[in-house]
Write a new protein. Structure first.
Length: 615
């Protein structure tokens, strides 16, 4: 970090951690001053107020001038290729007041030089290439919707403003020390050298907000930014022992403001650290994601065990982004023995950084593909954060709640439990309160129709999700078949971040269930691992309707492939008031759909009245 300090004789000096000074009399500073006009920043050098940090007065205007000189020096030295150089040049004015730009450029160049080594490590083996080809061949081609002009997720938003080219994995600001650790691990892994001793990170536990997270809002933070940040903080706070306090008097604090893009540092740095929620970032899910970084989380897709759960489609990754998909080593990445969760709020979507519209990340269980990129904090993330901050020690096993379904005692009230999604009550043995019902499956299909949202609100996203929780139950020893029949169009986004359905048929009920939000998912068939299936519908935009069918199947029946493979006959046209639904074009791909006993007559009439001659 560079600070601008006054000397006793009235002159000024620009200081860095290395002790490097630029005196007013020096040719270097004269060059900086001359560059002021060339950089055209004179009108905006003091866009942010002067701040007192670590005993020095920091003037961002001087940093801008130094940055301009830095860019000239870097370009002349050939540190950047011409294309990358132009991108950096275009962004200088955007980041000048928010970040230590010299360090940012140095870190980006450090990682850029490792690009070939990272690419070599990401090369797929013949076996994984074959697996990828098979999954791509059988992948459902979903129509992707776009709702917010600024972008529907962090990666899109930051790409549109160019910040993804400067930051680590699009939205992380690395410190020089973190970048060094990361580069050291890549070099050691590539050269098969012995690695350093295992650790969470070199500064742990100093990176923890042990006394709670202090934050304050910059004057440019809008009312919307303030609201979503507070709600994002509350989402982490309510199920952990971590306190959040709005105060501007504490030395260690997060300054929340609106710069270009959505981004944060990782963990507590000491002093004031920035967190940006710029235009397009004003959602609770995005705020919670960036707060997750500030609490100490990196992205889930950079876990050391990622390749056990995710196939990288490297041919579809934008070239400038390839190095961003490097994994952390097992020494850098302590997951406390907790498994990979596709529904993590810290996971990017399947289409992140795609150059051709194909997914860049494909789950080994491909039915999870729409789950990637969630805006909802997962149960496993709450468990991991509670372990990371030592919250679990607050509850003694002998006197704490005996939680069901893998829940754990709440560190704020040890007599109650924190529960996986779809479960509630003090001990995780009840359906969550509110919208929904307990439904009983029989051997014949029944239909579940769920309508959620507010049609009168229009296509304006709300801050808060509405949830409905259903339990489909059957006799002990039975298993349940769930058939996804249809879903309203217009919200098919990576991660189903506006609305969707979560179906929990997995044996591990602590994991996020399969999430779907596209009409193209019609026909998805799942078989439960037990005699109960939690189904969660959620919505924060317009009004959506989900239609599912369910029935008991014999416990010995094998689990079918989620999406049957068949042909799609042409959809008949009609000009009458009796019309096929939007989902019908997908449903009629099944042979004898209209004569199939797998769908009730009522469902056929709702979805395909023309095709099934039911008008």
């Amino acid at each position: 970090m560079y600070t601008y300090a006054h000397k006793s004789h009235g002159s000024s000096v620009l200081r860095g951690r290395s002790g490097y000074n630029l005196e007013p009399e020096s040719g270097s500073l004269k060059a900086v001053l001359a560059t002021r006009y060339a950089c055209n920043v004179g009108k905006r050098v003091l866009a942010y107020p002067i701040n007192k940090i670590n005993g020095f007065t920091q003037e961002f205007g001087m940093r801008v001038l130094f940055l301009c000189l830095l860019f000239v020096a870097c370009a002349n030295a050939g540190l950047f290729d011409s294309k990358f150089s132009e991108k950096i040049k275009n962004l200088l004015g955007k980041i000048k007041n928010a970040l230590d730009s010299k360090a940012l450029l140095a870190i980006r160049e450090k990682l850029h030089r490792l690009k070939d080594k990272i690419a070599a490590k990401l090369t797929l083996s013949p076996e994984r290439k074959a697996e990828l080809a098979e999954k791509l061949k059988n992948l459902i081609r979903r129509k992707r919707d776009h709702i917010q002009p600024k972008g529907d997720n962090v990666e899109e938003i930051n790409h549109k403003v160019g910040m993804d080219k400067l930051l680590f994995q699009s939205d992380i600001v690395l410190t020089s020390e973190q970048a060094d650790e990361y580069a050291e691990d890549i070099e050691a892994d590539y050269e098969n050298r012995p690695k350093r001793q295992a650790y969470r990170d070199r500064r742990y536990p100093l990176t923890l907000w042990a006394n709670g997270v202090n934050y304050f809002f910059h004057p440019n933070a809008s009312a919307k930014v303030k609201s979503v940040f507070k709600k994002g903080a509350q989402a982490w706070m309510k199920d952990t022992c971590i306190e959040f306090r709005e105060t501007s008097t504490e030395r260690d604090s997060i300054r929340v403001f609106m710069a270009d893009g959505c981004w944060s540092f990782v963990g507590r740095l000491g002093g004031i650290q920035n967190l940006s929620l710029g235009d397009g970032c004003e959602s609770v899910g995005t705020a919670a994601h960036e707060i997750g970084h500030a609490l100490g989380f990196f992205h889930t897709q950079s876990r050391h065990d990622r390749d056990e759960y995710i196939l990288l489609n490297t041919r579809s990754i934008e070239p400038d982004w390839l190095d961003q998909f490097a994994k952390q080593s097992v020494l850098m990445n302590d997951n406390y023995g907790i498994t990979y969760d596709y529904g993590s709020i810290m996971h990017y979507g399947a289409l992140s950084a795609t150059v051709n519209g194909e997914p860049t990340m494909i789950p080994r269980d491909r039915t999870y593909i729409e789950t990637l990129g969630s805006h909802i904090i997962s149960f496993y993330e709450l468990l991991m954060l509670n372990k990371h901050y030592g919250c679990m020690a607050r509850c003694k096993e002998a006197t704490s709640a005996k939680c069901k379904m893998g829940g754990f005692p709440h560190p704020r009230n040890c007599s109650k439990c924190i529960c996986p999604s779809g479960y509630g009550g003090d001990f995780c043995d009840q359906r969550p309160e509110g919208c929904g019902a307990v439904l009983t499956a029989t051997t014949t299909y029944k239909t579940l129709r769920d309508k959620l949202g507010n049609a009168r609100a229009g296509q304006v996203a709300r801050e808060d999700f509405m949830f409905c929780n259903y339990w489909i139950e059957a006799l002990e020893g039975s298993r349940i078949e769930i058939k996804f029949v249809g879903f309203s169009g217009g919200v098919a986004i990576d991660g189903c971040t506006y609305a969707g359905v979560e179906i929990k048929t997995h044996p591990d009920q602590k994991m996020t269930g399969y999430r779907v939000c596209s009409p193209d998912d019609a026909g998805l068939t799942l078989i439960s691992s037990s005699n109960r299936v939690p189904i969660i519908t959620y919505n924060r935009i317009y009004e959506t309707e989900a239609i599912l069918e369910y029935r008991i199947v014999p416990g010995s029946q094998p689990r079918p492939t989620p999406y049957p493979q068949s042909t799609r006959p042409p959809r008949p046209s009609t000009s009458s008031s009796c019309r096929d639904s939007a989902q019908c074009s997908t449903l009629v791909k099944y042979k004898d759909f209209c004569n199939s006993e797998s769908f009730t007559p009522a469902t056929k009439k709702i979805l395909c009245p023309v095709s099934c001659h039911l008008c």
